[in-house]
Ligand binder design. Structure first.
Ligand SMILES: Nc1nc2c(c(=O)[nH]1)N[C@H]1C(S)=C(S)[C@@H](COP(=O)(O)OP(=O)(O)OC[C@H]3O[C@@H](n4cnc5c(=O)[nH]c(N)nc54)[C@H](O)[C@@H]3O)O[C@H]1N2
Ligand SMILES: Nc1nc2c(c(=O)[nH]1)N[C@H]1C(S)=C(S)[C@@H](COP(=O)(O)OP(=O)(O)OC[C@H]3O[C@@H](n4cnc5c(=O)[nH]c(N)nc54)[C@H](O)[C@@H]3O)O[C@H]1N2
Ligand code: SF4
Ligand SMILES: [Mo]
Length: 687
């Protein structure tokens, strides 16, 4: 009888909660993954998806050996090949591109995102490799950069309230967040606050799992949050629910913002948001009078509200609110969007930008990969992309305007390597698929964007089959390319150590799996914002200096509801609760929950089109079409349909997913995609 052991780990997924994991291992086999009860943020609880992590790691379709294309591009036909041959051929192909002439290595592009959030299996050895090569750099904008920039221009960094203090808030605005689906461990704190008498308000076009459990749900049209925030300011001014002392001492530009807000009476915003003016007045009263009474008013802002043209400005407008009412004075008041800026990560030590030496490669935006793969060489752009190395991402499924993305990946003269666990939509287009380890099989170190603990992940089992960690694949590629700097030999434990250096106690991480950053309880109670002025910058000189509006404003969507007779419905495509972006779509027990891609539509919109719940519909616009099952549902407000994401294209009804419809237009700040700024029409699939 073999003894079982438990191994401390960290959830690698792109989720603000970064849970501490306990994996039970017996005879070299991981039996189950559980939440670590000793980690307060995890509280012993995992979401449904990651409770199935062993099912994902031991999935019969795991890629466990290198594969080489054995059919036309995109056919998905591959043959096994040895590591030596695969790496040798890949290195030779990259070498030929890189040595052609000065700057030609820019024809090579890495494409990665947050398939794992680990700092080591993310951008460490991979970044070193591409830096040394002089490859094009990737602008990693696909998720959070509009909000990230908006927040940074206002508060100075991606910082804010500590999540645990929401448990003591008297009022919580859950703004652009389906916490029950995407931020479960925050929701636990919100529930605690609710039990203690807090009022919960959800601001979301969709009546999400979270919205239905709040006291109030404000179902505004997508892309109208700045109008709502400006009208709230209008009411704060009209009723003098302002903290004049805090404004005078710790903000910059209030006189200017005040003037702009006075142009937004509730009636004007209500017309833009398509909600009742009374809902805006009531929310302003809740927020203003709560703070004025010295009770903590908190905002959990999230990324759902910034996937539209004006997303950056909307975040600026919302992020101004806590300073106006002095909510930051209390540790349970203020705002949290992301805590990632709190972590003292030594990115230079991990990525080694000095390896670029005198090379100054261009940067390509991952959110416009569809267009960029199809661009010929030109003076402005540089060389056409000839080689693409994808890891930790599934762009064919997740990038906007997939019609164009697929066309780019299908180019016969594009050499594509995909490091993956599974044969995803993207892997289908690879010339080589290289088998990567999962979190159970490698070392890593993690920050969080929802709490302020560092977590260490130890391998629980040996790499499966011939799989290798991303780091090892890039180490071996570097060796074959003749990169002889000693940093290409650093092992994964050394990389974990170097991520924070002396700034985090590594021995404690080895012992307990996590370490909490020492941070002030109420970060801005006495101002001290990390902006150039040290104040909350309601007016941003830095934006004005770029010729942009220094004040936040409502910027209407590119695809404004009501502006097109052909496409009268606004479509948003937030995540389905049981998937993590496009990860887990191939885990059968999770797919069985919502066996097919769904479109939620209000009863009024369905009746107007003669559509029945359960029927297959065609959703379409000028960019393409997509078939899925209609669900007539109170979760959808009139005028807005919800196309829950992000299915693998090949598991959909017609080999497409919702991104067939989304556009490559970018946000006002941060060069991010506008997934939720998208007009469509829906008809019966029989039509
Ligand atoms: N279960 C699960 N959890 C996840 C993910 C997942 O795929 N599945 N994805 C992870 C990732 S990568 C991220 S970035 C986060 C995303 O999680 P969030 O940051 O919460 O963002 P979204 O899920 O995109 O959207 C949240 C809510 O915003 C609403 N929304 C859409 N448009 C607007 C708008 O214009 N205004 C307002 N106020 N609300 C709007 C949506 O209906 C949705 O309910 O979650 C992470 N966690
Ligand atoms: N329509 C629509 N589109 C969206 C969104 C939306 O809300 N609506 N959300 C957007 C957002 S917020 C985001 S963050 C992006 C997410 O887009 P991605 O970051 O591409 O996320 P995933 O779809 O989960 O794909 C990650 C892939 O990485 C692989 N992977 C995981 N760990 C490892 C590893 O250790 N090594 C290697 N080599 N591979 C690994 C997984 O198997 C998976 O296939 O999608 C965006 N796309
Ligand atoms: S996906 Fe999020 S909630 Fe689920 S285990 Fe991972 S960190 Fe925790
Ligand atoms: Mo994301």
């Amino acid at each position: 009888m073999s003894l079982s052991t438990t191994v401390l780990g960290a959830c690698p997924h792109d989720c603000p909660d970064t849970c501490s994991l306990l994996t039970t291992v017996e005879a070299g086999v991981a039996l189950r993954v559980q939440g670590n009860p000793a980690h307060p943020q995890t509280g012993g609880v995992l979401c449904t998806k990651v409770s199935r992590y062993t099912e994902r790691s031991y999935h019969p379709e795991r890629i466990l050996q290198p594969l080489r294309r054995a059919g036309p591009k995109g056919s998905g036909h591959f043959e096994p090949v040895g590591w030596d041959q695969a790496l040798g051929d890949i290195a030779a192909r990259l070498q030929a591109i890189a040595t052609r002439c000065a700057g030609s290595a820019q024809a090579i592009l890495p494409y990665s995102y947050a398939g794992t959030m680990g700092l080591v299996q993310g951008e460490s050895m991979a970044a070193r490799f591409f830096n040394k090569l002089g490859a094009s750099r990737l602008d990693r904008t696909i998720c959070a950069s509009a909000a990230g920039e908006g927040l940074t221009y206002t508060l100075g960094a991606k910082v804010g309230m500590r999540v645990e203090h929401f448990a003591q808030s008297a009022l919580i605005l859950i703004w652009g967040s389906n916490a029950i689906g995407s931020n479960l461990h925050f929701w636990r704190y919100a529930q605690e606050a609710k039990r203690l008498g807090a009022r919960l308000v959800c601001i979301d076009p969709r009546r999400s799992e979270t919205a239905e459990k709040c006291h109030e749900h404000i179902a505004l049209l997508p892309g109208t949050d700045a109008a709502l925030a400006l009208a709230l300011m209008h009411e704060l001014i009209a009723h003098d629910w302002l903290d004049h002392d805090y404004i005078a001492r710790h903000t910059l530009g209030w006189a200017l913002l005040r003037e702009r807000a006075l142009a937004w009476p509730p009636e004007r915003a209500a017309a833009v948001c398509a909600i009742a003016p009374e809902q805006i007045r009531a929310l302003a009263r809740d927020y203003g009078s709560c703070a004025a009474a010295g009770r903590p008013a908190a905002i959990r802002l999230n990324y759902g509200m910034q996937r539209v043209r004006g997303g950056g400005n909307a975040v600026r407008a919302v992020a101004a609110l806590p300073a106006l009412v002095g909510a930051w004075r209390h540790r349970a008041g203020g705002l949290l969007l992301s805590s990632s800026g709190e972590f003292p990560i030594r990115h230079e030590a991990l990525e080694r930008p000095e390896l670029r030496a005198d090379k100054a490669p261009r940067t390509i935006n991952m959110s416009s990969i569809g267009d960029d793969l199809l661009r010929p060489a030109s003076d402005g752009f540089g060389p056409a992309v000839e080689a693409l190395i994808v890891y930790n991402s599934n762009p064919v499924a997740v990038a906007p305007d997939s019609g164009r993305v697929v066309q780019g990946f299908a180019r016969e003269n594009l050499f594509t390597v995909v490091l993956e666990h599974f044969q995803t939509d993207t892997a289908d287009y690879a010339d080589y698929i290289l088998p990567a380890t999962t979190q159970l099989e490698h070392w890593d170190i993690h920050r969080s964007y929802g709490h302020t603990d560092v977590l260490l992940n130890r391998p629980a089992i040996a790499p499966m089959g011939q799989a290798k960690p991303n780091t090892q694949i890039f180490r071996e590629l570097a060796q074959r390319m003749g990169f002889c700097e000693p940093c290409f030999e650093d092992d994964d434990v050394s990389l974990c150590r170097s991520a924070f250096g002396e700034r985090v106690d590594f021995e404690q991480l080895l012992a307990t799996g996590f370490s909490t950053l020492a941070l002030p309880e109420a970060p801005f109670a006495d101002g001290g914002f990390p902006t150039p002025s040290g104040k909350c910058e309601l007016f941003s000189q830095r934006l004005a200096a770029q010729g942009l509006d220094g004040l936040p404003d409502h910027i209407p969507n590119y695809e404004l509801p009501g502006s097109s007779a052909d496409y009268p419905l606004a479509m948003i495509s937030p995540p389905a609760r049981n998937f993590l972006n496009s990860s887990f779509v191939n885990v059968k027990s999770l797919r069985d929950v919502g066996a097919e891609p769904l479109l939620e539509m209000s009863a009024a919109d369905a009746a107007a089109r003669g559509l029945e719940s359960g029927s297959v519909v065609r959703v379409f616009n000028q960019r393409g079409d997509y078939r899925c099952r209609l669900q007539v549902s109170a979760r959808a407000r009139p005028g807005v349909v919800n196309g829950l994401g992000i299915w693998w294209r090949k598991m959909g009804l017609d080999g497409h997913n919702v991104n067939q419809l989304t556009s490559q237009k970018l946000t006002d700040l941060g060069r991010a995609p506008t997934f939720y700024d998208c007009l469509v029409e829906v008809e019966s699939a029989q039509a």
